[in-house]
Write a protein of this length. Structure first.
Length: 436
């Protein structure tokens, strides 16, 4: 019983609580979805994280400053008294048990074999990959949002269709009742019309439920309370869709997020190869170090300061063929990335050409179903008039009503698919989502 009461409340809430609301347009719905969606927010944070990693890579250009401290106790320290100069102060050249110091070191790389440059390039490509992923997520999200929106509008129009069909059947019941009472037709006509009326009432209930569920899905995607009223457009409009087909394939190859990501992945593998090679090209650095502690330079127990400065160079000579194998693996990774870029390119070209065919087909389908609806409407009016005049049996009327309903449904479905096809070609060309 509780479930039934909830259903009735929901139906009434959706039906009667939408009167004063502003109609939600597709453009506004897209914006709300983009602002709420967690995947878009996560993708944007990945770009911010990639920015930080670029700064991390750039920081290796500057010097590194490190500080340290140590302490140790020697139970049997070296006794330097036998080597003590004759003029040395009394407190120097003594055994030192306590060894401690604090130090600070400054180190600057002079040559790294291209490690820093490659690290920066790799970090930049990872940011480009993250940016392309954000754009891909946005494009897929808007495509899905458009599908939900136009389905909701189509379900709303289908609800109105169900109500019109119910009204048409109710009119038939009234006509059949009058003719039965006038003893023009048998009771069979009235019973048949009343059965159709019950079916029509059920159709209205189903259509109302479909519309309510569509609105709930619509609300979920834009972060609105699921059980809340949202008003969409009354009908799916079939208006002219202006789309620039000039160089559309070239435009798609330049805009699609998948292409940008595949190109960035190729460049990332090249940077990774250079980074690996840099480990075997040697490293040159200079450094300066300051120390304060005991023993002092004169082997005294009291602490004193000291400093060092110098340069260092190291280069790997032989690592059992590790360099050759690592670089071979990196080369294979680059070849895989190139193959994937070619695969993505082929898919994008197919997508845009397929989308143009689907859009053309969807437009023609709307025109044909609209023409069929006009004929079904005309046929229904004619059959009803013939039934009133006693020239046609009631079965012809009910068949004409069903045919009219089917034609109307197909027309609505055709318009929804046309709207989705319009969005699909924008998605295929890369025009659908443009990041700010």
């Amino acid at each position: 019983m509780k479930k039934y009461i909830l259903f009735v409340f929901t139906a009434f809430y959706f039906t009667f609580n939408v009167q004063a609301q502003e109609v939600l347009k597709i453009k506004d719905y897209r914006q709300k979805v983009l602002e709420y969606n967690q995947d878009i927010q996560s993708a944007q944070k990945q770009i911010s994280a990639a920015d930080e990693y670029i700064k991390v890579a750039n920081s290796d250009k500057g010097p590194r400053i490190d500080a340290g401290a140590s302490y140790s106790y020697t139970g049997r320290p070296f006794d330097p008294t036998g080597f003590k100069p004759s003029n040395a102060p009394i407190g120097e050249w003594l055994p030192v048990h306590h060894n401690y110091n604090a130090n600070i070191t400054i180190k600057q790389d002079i040559y790294t074999g291209g490690r820093i440059k490659s690290s920066i390039k790799l970090a930049q490509m990872k940011k480009e990959i993250a940016s392309a992923h954000r754009d891909y997520t946005g494009s897929e999200l808007l495509f899905y949002a458009d599908q939900l929106y136009w389905k909701s509008v189509g379900d709303k129009e289908a609800l109105e269709l169900a109500r019109q069909y119910q009204t048409s059947v109710q009119t038939l019941v009234d006509v059949a009742k009058n003719k039965y009472e006038a003893e023009i037709v048998s009771r069979n006509d009235l019973l048949m019309a009343e059965v159709k009326l019950n079916e029509a009432e059920l159709e209205v209930l189903k259509a109302q439920n479909n519309y309510n569920i569509s609105i709930m899905n619509l609300n979920r995607l834009m972060g609105k309370e699921i059980i809340s009223s949202t008003v969409v457009e009354d009908t799916v409009d079939f208006s002219e869709f202006i789309f620039d087909t000039n160089d559309v394939v070239t435009r798609a190859l330049g805009q699609r997020a998948e292409i940008r990501q595949s190109i960035a992945e190729v460049k990332a593998t090249h940077a990774n190869t250079d980074l690996t090679a840099s480990k075997y090209k040697g490293n040159l650095h200079v450094f300066a170090k300051g120390v304060y502690g005991a023993p002092s330079p004169q082997l005294a127990n009291s602490p004193e300061g000291n400093y060092y400065a110098g340069a260092g160079f190291s280069i790997p000579i032989y690592h059992s063929g590790k360099k050759k194998r690592e670089l071979a693996a990196r080369k294979i990774e680059s070849e895989i990335a190139v193959l994937n870029r070619e695969k993505v390119t082929d898919q994008v070209i197919l997508d845009i050409n397929e989308a143009m065919y689907l859009l053309d087909e969807a437009a023609k389908r709307v025109e044909l179903t609209n023409a069929s609806l006009a004929k079904a409407d005309e046929n229904l009016d004619m059959i009803i008039d013939r039934y009133k005049d006693g020239l046609s049996p009631i079965i012809e009327v009910t068949d004409a009503q069903v045919n009219w309903q089917i034609a109307y449904r197909e027309y609505i479905d055709a318009k929804v698919k046309y709207k989705v096809a319009c969005t699909n070609i924008e998605k295929a060309s890369g025009d659908l989502y443009q990041s700010k």
